[in-house]
Ligand binder design. Structure first.
Ligand code: GLY
Length: 357
């Protein structure tokens, strides 16, 4: 297979196009607005598999951990292309407000230790020493090895790296699969429209997200990614240096609706105020809603659908995290190499199994 068509110009499509173009293949990427819009443009950018996976999602966790390991090399390769992927190593602090949350942190800590990852349980006071702007938290969990990436810097870096490697950009919406030796479907929540096997398997999962900037005299954003569950709803605050804070995210099913609701904004702000009270004085600079590519089991669909057509979609809440492992998997499929660990469980072959709901 010498030429590849990639459908979708979000983080998965761009990472795939760049990685494959580096092998010397000719690559064409189809997207009306590559590196803009879509879930990647709105992402918080946490690269934190353990705190993002739900209990029971072991395959998601394994794949996320595999991709996290690949992130420093992936970012280093981008830097070698002369572009800045916006990778930050500021770690995660998960905070608990009540005893149920604290119990959950104990489980997360155990999970991280079993993976050989460093994680420290903290009293409320110790959590506040680490992050002085926190509200009245009961306890915390510090995960220093988690990374974060500035999603918009990353998209620009990938776009530039693709251009340097002579990826051709076709700024058009794909209705019929392009003619090429191999086609990778990476159109996020819209991928279900491109192949019958994915039609009912990929669904949009709406998420609202806010961006805020500290005004003069305000406490700067936290120095870690801070996560919490407030009123049963998970939220995260991801700093972009000292100048911006990304606050996310709601999650619910609303078809392809991308309106920002007053309720979504209220819930996020109310939750965030408990976690980091100084934020109420920040300037609210952006409210936005996007569609994650939901799968049936939170694992993406990675692999061949039929004769040369491959799925790289359904990344659920984990598109940015899983971009390196996904792109490396595509390279391995095309080269006939062993795909990365954890990708076999994500094969779309599971869509043929009756028990897969
Ligand atoms: N990974 C964060 C989110 O999907 O909201």
């Amino acid at each position: 297979m010498t030429n590849l068509a990639v459908v979708g110009g979000g983080v998965i499509g761009l990472a795939t196009a760049w990685r494959v173009a580096r092998t010397g293949r000719s690559v064409t990427l189809y997207d009306p607005e590559p590196a803009r819009g879509g879930a990647s443009w709105l992402a918080g950018g946490m690269l934190a598999p353990v705190t993002e996976a739900w209990p029971g999602e072991e395959d998601v966790l394994r794949l996320g951990e595999e991709s996290l390991k690949r992130w420093p090399g992936f970012a280093g390769d981008l830097r070698e292309e002369g572009v800045d992927p916006g990778l930050a190593g500021h770690g995660t602090l998960v905070v608990a407000f009540d005893s149920a949350d604290a119990g959950h942190l104990d489980i997360l800590a155990g999970h991280l230790h079993s993976l050989g990852r460093a994680a420290a349980r903290l009293t409320g006071r110790a959590a506040k020493r680490l992050e002085p702007g926190l509200g009245s938290v009961r306890s915390g969990l510090h995960v220093p090895g988690d990374l974060a990436v500035d999603n918009r810097k990353l998209l620009q870096a990938l776009y530039d790296a693709c251009a340097r490697r002579n990826v051709r950009f076709r700024r058009e919406r794909v209705e019929e699969l392009p003619a090429a030796d191999a086609v990778v479907l990476a159109a996020g929540a819209w991928t279900g429209r491109l192949h019958p096997l994915l039609a009912d398997a990929v669904r949009p999962l709406k998420g609202e997200i806010l961006r805020l900037k500290p005004r003069r005299g305000c406490l700067p954003p936290p120095s870690h990614t801070v996560r919490a569950v407030v009123e049963g709803r998970p939220i995260y605050l991801v700093p972009r240096g000292d100048s911006e804070l990304v606050l996310g995210a709601t999650q619910y099913e609303a078809g392809f609706d991308q309106a920002v609701t007053a309720r979504g904004v209220r819930e996020l702000l109310e939750g965030a105020e408990r976690v980091f009270p100084a934020l109420t004085e920040y300037e609210l600079t952006e409210t936005a809603a996007g569609l994650r590519a939901g799968s049936r089991d939170a694992l993406p669909y990675l692999g061949e659908l039929d004769g040369g057509v491959f799925a790289a979609t359904g990344h659920h809440r984990n598109g940015l995290l899983m971009a390196p492992v996904t792109a490396d998997a595509v390279v391995a499929w095309l080269e006939g190499d062993e795909p990365p660990e954890g990708t076999a469980a994500a094969s779309p072959a599971r869509l043929h199994q009756k028990e897969h709901v």
